[in-house]
Design a protein around this ligand. Structure first.
Ligand code: G3I
Length: 349
């Protein structure tokens, strides 16, 4: 029943509707997994794949060298197993939310390249092997590219050069040869230079025999996203399957902000005009995702957050009210939710 504004746990299930085309998921936090919570009811109804929004990042998993903290990830893994929900690991190597000790050597000097790569391998192999068979996909590398093209000059790059990139995949593959290993980034949809760098990097890595399973398109979009450019870029990236048909795309962090990227404007109200624009944008994006899925290029779509109430976009780049997801405040699904639901049954979409 398509009741407007239904609660997320009473509304039809997006995951059920898209099953066979792609998995539908969300980023969550472990406190959302409490069986008595509304969040948990929404998860179990709507999603068949989950990512931890923050708690599996290195600053939480290995806050000090050699001191691993697995309680949150263990809980996540147990929840996935108990409910038959697939899990994504996010993330192993990133310039954000990584403790500084990774990059520190003796007496305030930077770590040597060998030391940094050893630390990286230890982190990856300890974490990935513990969840072997439980977490089937890893965002091994997160945001290693610059928006203007080229590799990001992060601490990883400054110390280890490009070598940390293949080494990260090799370590993850050794720890779980069956896991899908992704390189994940934002603005691949909106920067041609960044999309082109991603394509050449993946081609190079596959040419070197590196066990890379595909590309994560974060898809932090906005009402201002240029859809023609988005289509061009994502289809170009999907063409990587010509060099390796096993490569897959995943939409890993989907949301649609009503502010331009980086806009520090005060609160925008949710007007009928904005809602119409939002519905049209979500419909077009899901058309693109369905087309990619139908050509075998994409099998996973994950929203970044459970509902508008908890989206990171209410706090970035400043605290302002945002409405980027299909589940609104108070757990009510939006009209755009039903637009997206309706597309699931339409193979011509
Ligand atoms: O851990 C502290 C906590 O101790 C403190 O009480 C609280 C007070 O604000 O802050 C907590 O840290 C916050 C952390 O999330 C955990 O909740 C940080 O301030 C906050 O900046 C951090 O934001 C996260 C952000 O990554 C960090 O860059 C967002 O929740 C998370 O949604 C976001 O996710 C990233 C993806 O991993 C990669 N792609 C982009 C995406 C959006 O930025």
């Amino acid at each position: 029943m398509n009741e407007p504004n239904a609660l997320a746990w009473d509304a039809p299930s997006l995951a059920d509707a898209y099953r066979g085309r792609f998995r539908v998921g969300a980023a969550v936090n472990t406190w959302n997994l409490d069986p008595a919570s509304e969040a948990c009811a929404a998860i179990l109804r709507q999603f068949d794949i989950l990512t931890l929004e923050n708690e599996s990042k290195p600053m939480y998993v290995q806050p000090e060298e050699g001191h691993f903290v697995f309680d949150k990830l263990d809980r996540f893994a147990a929840f996935g197993e108990a409910h038959g929900i697939d899990l994504r690991g996010h993330t192993l190597v990133w310039h954000g939310q990584v403790p500084m000790w990774f990059f520190e050597g003796e007496g305030g000097a930077p770590a040597s390249k060998d030391r940094l790569l050893d630390r990286m391998r230890t982190h990856i192999s300890t974490v990935v092997s513990r969840y072997r068979g439980k977490i089937a996909t890893w965002d091994v590398l997160n945001e290693v590219l610059r928006d203007e093209g080229g590799l990001r000059e992060s601490q990883w790059y400054k110390i280890a050069g490009r070598d940390y990139i293949p080494e990260a995949f090799l370590a993850a593959h050794e720890a779980d040869p069956d896991a899908r290993l992704l390189i994940n980034d934002y603005n691949l949809e909106s920067s041609e230079a960044k999309a082109d760098t991603m394509i050449s990097l993946v081609e190079e890595l596959r040419g070197e025999g590196i066990p890379l399973g595909g590309v994560g398109l974060q898809m932090h979009l906005s009402l201002f996203t240029d859809l023609d450019l988005l289509r061009k870029n994502v289809h170009k990236i999907a063409d990587l399957r010509k060099i390796d048909p096993a490569l897959r795309l995943e939409a890993t962090e989907l949301d649609i902000s009503c502010y331009r990227f980086g806009d520090t404007a005060e609160d925008i109200d949710w007007t009928p005009e904005i809602e119409a624009d939002f519905r049209a944008k979500y419909t077009e994006i899901f058309r693109v995702l369905c087309a990619l899925a139908d050509e075998g290029a994409l099998d996973t779509v994950v929203f970044w957050g459970l509902s508008d109430a908890v989206s990171w976009l209410n706090g970035f780049p400043r605290r302002h009210r945002n409405y980027p997801l299909l589940i609104g405040r108070g757990w009510r699904v939006k009209p755009a939710f039903y637009d997206v639901l309706a597309l699931a049954g339409n193979k011509e979409a």
